[in-house]
Ligand binder design. Structure first.
Ligand code: B12
Length: 261
């Protein structure tokens, strides 16, 4: 409803490249693993083990957990090991993804573009015997979940069947969910610069499972200069910040249709 020039109106056909720090995620990962291994090799393993056991004991029986965690850190236990020591007693929190129905439908009431795409989706459902189905996934350590929720909610209001995966999935888990849910499309929502590592891995995981008929698209904070890399990796479309939802839905429906002929 509000015009923001350059964002939702009068946008450039091609955004100027942003000067970014391009990080080789794989190299960072390997160097971090090497540092952890060096720390583990140099520590007093018995002292570390005893400190971790004390955390689990206090988690079960009561006592100052922060103090025990500081002692374990001094014995060079990792944050992962400290949280695992508590997980033995408490279990692990699983964030539940909740979406709301009707918000977008209500906001777009009377909008010709929205009505047109709803109609196309209904037509698709009549022809195919089922609605276009999309799984929205969040992979890696990226916890920005708003874009995924906005898209899931809006696409459901348009008439798509939408599933939303949990946070922090691996590409293999996301591929398996897509296969189990028999979706036409996986929509990766990426805001924390994992796209160049995770999107190709997801495409590969689908291929390995013989499910490369599932279309992979991306949305989120992805710099223009990475688009070609993603297209070359098998991503079929990319939707950045300020995405026009009815138009994105029409584009995705077209992708599904053209993959079926
Ligand atoms: C809110 C926010 C947060 C919140 C997230 C809360 C939450 N529950 O989501 C908090 C404060 C927790 C946070 C934390 C961090 N953030 Co932050 N955050 C943002 C911010 C300001 C807005 C993101 C947002 O919610 N936008 C609103 C949604 C609706 O828009 P959107 O995600 O872009 O989605 C739209 C489109 O992209 C598209 N879309 C998105 N997904 C999909 C999927 C499909 C299928 C389709 C079709 C379309 C689509 O459609 C949507 C609707 O238009 C952005 C900056 C920005 N302006 O984007 C930074 C930003 C994403 N954050 C950033 C960073 C660095 C971080 C931290 C790493 C900071 C730190 N050092 O700790 C942490 C990471 C935490 C983690 N584990 O992920 C960077 C990422 C840089 C990068 N990509 O290289 C950004 C870009 C800020 C910046 N300019 O540096 N952040």
């Amino acid at each position: 409803t509000e015009v923001v020039v350059g964002v939702n109106k009068y946008r450039k056909d091609n955004e100027d490249p942003i000067d970014i720090l391009d990080i080789d995620n794989e190299a960072v990962r390997l160097s971090q693993i090497a540092r952890i291994e060096a720390t583990k090799a140099a520590r007093d393993e018995a002292a570390c083990e005893a400190a971790l056991t004390e955390i689990t004991r206090r988690a079960n029986e009561g006592g100052n957990l922060l103090e025990a965690a500081v002692d374990a850190s001094r014995a060079r236990a990792t944050v992962g090991e400290i949280s695992m020591a508590m997980e033995k007693a408490f279990g692990r929190h699983r964030a539940e993804v909740k979406t709301l129905a009707g918000v977008y439908g209500a906001a777009y009431e009377g909008d010709a573009g929205f009505a047109a795409i709803q109609e196309s989706v209904e037509k698709f459902a009549e022809e195919e015997g089922r609605r276009p189905r999309m799984l929205v996934v969040k992979m890696g350590q990226d916890g920005h979940d708003r874009g995924a929720k906005v898209i899931a909610t809006a696409f459901a209001d348009i008439g798509f069947d939408v599933d939303v995966g949990p946070l922090f999935q691996t590409p293999a888990e996301a591929a398996q969910d897509a296969i189990d849910n028999d979706v036409h499309v996986i929509g990766i929502s990426s805001q924390a610069a994992g796209h160049k590592t995770l999107a190709p891995k997801l495409v590969q995981a689908l291929k390995d499972a013989g499910a490369d008929d599932i279309i992979v698209i991306c949305g989120g904070v992805i710099p223009q200069q990475d688009y070609q890399f993603l297209y070359d990796s098998g991503v079929k479309a990319i939707f950045g910040p300020g995405t026009n939802i009815p138009k994105a839905a029409a584009d995705i429906l077209n992708l599904i249709r053209s993959a079926r002929v």
